[in-house]
Design a protein around this ligand. Structure first.
Ligand SMILES: NC(=O)c1ccc[n+]([C@@H]2O[C@H](COP(=O)([O-])OP(=O)(O)OC[C@H]3O[C@@H](n4cnc5c(N)ncnc54)[C@H](O)[C@@H]3O)[C@@H](O)[C@H]2O)c1
Length: 329
């Protein structure tokens, strides 16, 4: 099988590429390296350019007329930036995706696995979300994900594509063999802030301690990026069983099924490092939500996939990767 991975030089796409290669697939990567790293594509067939650039698409598709499926990871992904540059986000994530999809359709490539996000769900109230939970994306970034889902759903009905949208929850960790990981050593999510606190010696702020969760701190569903990558392998391998002519558009949550509160994440960090991490309780920040975890029955049913790695595994791999990153960049 040959798989085109857009955004295959990024955190998730590069890890998906490794997992696909280990599963015996051939991989082609399309990435403009805007945030991705060339080092993540070493020895891989990289086409460097924008997902909507006509010349590069022509070259790629004529070099590889035998692409069986596309994993579409390329996107701009920073929520705060999407608020200050909504047009840029709609342009890249939606507009250029449409151009890419048209070119794929014209080339007769119709199996699409799309990187969607749990950010499309409404009302993160500390509870589980299944694929039928109400949607209400709360940022331009999240709206771009919901819009592409809608586009794929409509195009699938029209026979142009069959598509599987994977709604990722909160990816953490790195390739367990440390070949790839986050390009940013101190990301803005809770684990990144915990790692920053440890590096600076400042206490870590637990922002909001009165959420409707078991200990009052916010809750997320931390999915190890290698488990996430294996979900893509399953989606590609089982594509024709999952996305059928009768039901050509499918949405699948990809998470662990377990919520982990911020206090529990701190405890995991302390277990992994063997050191206490000073924390302070602070007020909620504007725009924060209690969070949600994935209800993952569908992924188990249709992909025969379940997350296997623990939050401790994710924390350990994130720490190991952050130490290695300066030598990779
Ligand atoms: N990281 C998360 O927490 C998370 C959660 C849910 C969903 N996702 C989705 O997963 C996908 C991958 O995210 P990531 O965390 O690996 O981000 P990333 O920034 O590491 O990867 C995105 C990749 O796409 C490339 N890219 C961006 N715009 C491009 C363009 N116009 N043309 C060609 N390449 C382009 C970048 O260079 C980068 O390599 C995204 O679609 C994102 O929305 C991520």
């Amino acid at each position: 099988m040959k798989v085109l991975i857009t955004g295959g030089a990024g955190y998730i796409g590069s890890t998906v590429a490794t997992a696909c290669i280990e599963a015996g697939m051939q991989v082609v990567i399309l990435d403009d390296l805007s945030t991705g790293l060339r080092a993540f594509c070493e020895g891989r067939d990289l086409y460097e350019g924008d997902i909507a650039e006509p010349e590069i698409l022509t070259r790629l598709l004529s070099d590889h007329p035998d692409i069986d499926a596309v994993v579409h990871c390329a996107a701009r992904i920073v929520v705060a930036e999407s608020v200050t540059d909504p047009l840029g986000y709609y342009d890249t994530n939606v507009g250029r995706t449409i151009v890419l999809l048209q070119r794929l359709r014209d080339a007769g490539i119709s199996r699409i696995v799309f990187s969607s996000s749990a950010a499309v769900y409404a009302g993160e109230s500390g509870q589980g979300a299944d694929e039928n939970s109400p949607l209400a994306p709360s940022s331009p970034y999240a709206t771009t994900k919901a819009m592409v889902e809608q586009i794929l759903k409509d195009a699938a009905t029209n026979d142009d594509f069959r598509a599987i949208a994977l709604r990722y929850f909160n990816p953490i960790g790195a390739d367990p063999q440390m070949r790839t990981g986050l390009q940013n050593p101190l990301p803005s999510h809770a684990l990144g802030k915990i790692m920053r606190a440890r590096a600076t010696g400042e206490p870590f702020s637990i922002t909001g301690t009165d959420w409707p969760t078991r200990d009052g701190s916010g809750l997320r569903d931390y999915i190890h990026v290698w488990d996430l990558a294996l979900a893509h392998v399953a989606a590609v391998q089982r594509f024709d069983d999952v996305s059928t002519p009768d039901e050509p558009y499918q949405v699948i949550n990809i998470g662990t099924g377990e919520g982990v509160t911020v206090r529990e994440l701190v405890a995991a960090f302390e277990r992994v490092t063997g050191e206490p991490l000073p924390t302070i309780d602070t007020d909620r920040r504007p725009g924060d939500q209690a969070g949600a975890f994935a209800i993952v029955d569908r992924a188990a049913d249709v992909l025969d996939w379940r997350a296997e790695r623990s939050v401790d595994d994710g924390v350990r791999d994130a720490i190991t990767w952050a130490a290695k990153l300066p030598s990779v960049r």
